[in-house]
Design a protein around this ligand. Sequence first.
Ligand code: SF4
Length: 285
Amino acid sequence: MEILVARSAGFCFGVKRAINIATECAQGAEGEIYTYGPIIHNPQVVKELEASRIYTRGKLEELEGGTVIIRSHGAKMEDFTLAGDRGLKIVDATCPFVKKAQKIVSLLSKEGYFVIVAGEKNHPEVKGLLSYGGSEIMVAASAEELKDMPHKKRIGIVAQTTLSVEKLREVTSFCLTRASEVKVFNTICDATKIRQQESTEIARRVELMLVVGGRNSANTNRLADLCRAIRTNTRHIEVAAEISAEWFEGVKRVGVAGGASTPRWLIEEVVKKINALTTKDSKSR
Ligand code: SF4
């Protein structure tokens, strides 16, 4: 069995940075340490952090004191105010690429553009981005979601950092039919672009594609969708234990990719399991 592993699989820069900030915080801080929402969308890593006294809380209102870490996706502007009002020590681990997208939203709003955040409305990063705009702002993940939008004078588009280029292109093309001026900022981060590119290249070369990462991770889900569009035989798994020997019947080459929030050790466990179930040959692309 030949195993092609995406070189990019493993934590991205922003996730590594946020986890380092959280662990450093746990070493020095007195009192409780919380992350506002899971620090990354990977249940295995969140469990590991609990062993270092770093707990996840979904509501700032529940916290009576201590330190709150803002994760790499960022948070809404009003969340920072609320945390401050509650006397919490705020440690901001927002990824610099997300910060940049927040600044662009704010700037476009100030310049009078109708802002469209291309992304998923329920994703915490997108909710955060929306809070940096004025009242003339909306979120859309596809052209379909924009079909009822009336003509606008000027539209400014900002992408969720983990969006696919295809989706940004779809939203942009549609907006060109609704305004005479459309300003687009491609805020999809490099880590996302590289992962999507490498994973889809691998998907073209294999009979089975495994995408490893949290089922609650938007970027892993997107990666799996992109791979599935190329290779129907794509499976999204969280851990190696999910892999079944039957998947490899008639398969000579298998691809392994992981989202930006998937730790490298989970990828290594998956490779080990494939080897145990098939052959011992593996190579990284
Ligand atoms: S995926 Fe990109 S924007 Fe998001 S945390 Fe990682 S590096 Fe930052």
